[in-house]
Design a protein around this ligand. Structure first.
Ligand code: GLU
Length: 413
């Protein structure tokens, strides 16, 4: 796991370096773009239900704040390592810049499998995490949010703990909160919805229609579920989905309600033909949407990927080798930093609402998200396929990184 985290960090840094060199940025600027501004590492101690104490390892890594406060989620995962948190924090700086929101990037993590904790233990751990980072976060300093295995409920414990520590309200310090505690309508579905807006923009450029286009979605968490649901609503045919254990294939289109019900009642999404996660990735579909964890498409399975379009809804679902291999084969790869930026974009809208004390309807939030995602897509697309003659075409990922670095460096003195 440590080596995977290291690999992920190396590839995020290599992408920044390559882009920066192409943009002819000087070596000092490149170093500033690569090194995190702060890296906080700590031990968390909580009392377990059996009365014994246990220590957990945690981080908050604040990568770059040129465009605004650090922004990024907190993940609870048993395989999380420092390098992974740093890589994800670095990608948040790029993501917020591509999305056109006034934030820098950061990420937090705790090494824990939350499924092994009771609810009370999970709450104590979440509060203990805030105890460690309360002095380094704040609505204009660093604004955490959910990530893998963290939920609105966990955010509600965190914001409550934070406000107790500072002795006043500051709802805008954490986003992804439940609506009753200042969360935004539309936040839960936002990452999936944003990804769908991006896919629709791409389809329009390729002059293709949703109807009849087959999609396979890996991941049945918040991101995968809403992506599949909303994609089905606009006419895509989602033929496969999977959770961490197993997948299901239905050539007539997945019945998501049935998959959900089956998972609840029988512990598996496979209400009809079961397929493995590996098989799902290798399906002959028009669009492949990895929406689970990082490094799912790698040197072992890259040669078997058939889909001509890949939308990176997870963070870093393709390793660097797999990305280069598939890009060379002519696959269209919509990069994570744009594809999944709907979540942080609605986090931004939540932050704006908290600061203003004025709340929008769900439709208003979704409409604003669409405007922002479309604008972000256009900036990347224009960089990738310049309308002005003489300028070179480049892959979407490269284009997204270049747009981001232009914006970040123009705010750095
Ligand atoms: N964890 C999400 C991401 O990776 C959301 C971050 C946020 O809302 O700040 O983009």
């Amino acid at each position: 796991m440590e080596s995977q985290g290291k690999k992920m960090l190396e590839s995020a840094q290599a992408l920044i370096r390559k882009t920066a060199e192409r943009m002819k940025l000087d070596s000092v600027m490149i170093e500033r773009l690569i090194e995190p501004e702060f890296a906080h590492e700590f031990a968390l101690v909580i009392t377990m239900d059996d009365g014994k104490k246990r220590v957990f390892k945690g981080w908050r890594i604040q990568h770059n704040s040129a465009l605004g406060p650090y922004k990024g989620g907190i993940r609870f995962h048993r395989d999380t390592v420092r390098e992974e948190v740093q890589a994800l924090g670095t990608l948040m700086s790029i993501k917020c810049a591509v999305a056109g929101i006034p934030y820098g990037g950061g990420k937090g993590g705790i090494v824990v499998d939350p499924k092994t904790l009771s609810k009370a233990e999970l709450e104590r751990l979440s509060r203990a995490f805030i105890g460690r980072i309360a002095h380094i976060i704040g609505e204009d300093v660093d604004v955490p949010a959910p990530d893998v295995n963290t939920t609105p409920e966990i955010m509600s414990w965190m914001i409550d703990e934070y406000q107790k520590i500072i002795g006043r309200k500051s709802l805008a310090t954490i986003t992804g909160k439940p609506v009753a505690m200042g969360g935004s309508l539309g936040r839960t579905a936002a990452t999936g919805r944003g990804g769908l807006f991006v896919l629709m923009s791409l389809m329009a450029k390729l002059k293709k229609k949703a109807k009849g286009t087959t999609v396979a979605v890996q991941g049945f968490g918040n991101v995968g579920y809403y992506f599949a649901k909303l994609a089905t609503e606009v006419g895509f045919k989602v033929v496969a989905i999977s959770d961490s254990k197993t997948g299901v294939y239905d050539k007539n289109g997945i019945d998501l309600d049935r998959a959900l019900k089956n998972k609840k009642e029988k512990g598996t999404v496979a209400y009809t033909k079961a397929i493995s996660n590996e098989e799902l990735l290798e399906l002959d579909v028009d669009v492949l949407v990895p929406a689970a964890l990082e490094n799912m498409i790698n040197e072992k399975n890259m040669a078997k990927i058939k889909a001509p379009v890949i939308v990176e809804m997870a963070n870093g679902p393709l390793t660097q080798e797999a990305y280069e291999y598939l890009a060379k084969k002519g696959k269209i790869i919509v990069p994570d930093v744009l594809a999944n930026s709907g979540g942080v974009t609605v986090s931004y809208l939540e932050w704006v609402q908290n600061k203003a004390g004025y709340y929008w309807t769900e439709k208003e939030v979704n409409d604003k998200l669409k405007v922002m995602m479309d604008r972000a897509f256009e900036a990347m697309w224009e960089k990738s396929n310049p309308s002005a003659g003489g300028e070179k075409k480049m892959p979407l990922k490269q284009a997204a990184f270049e747009v981001a670095l232009e914006r970040i460096t123009s705010a750095m003195v």
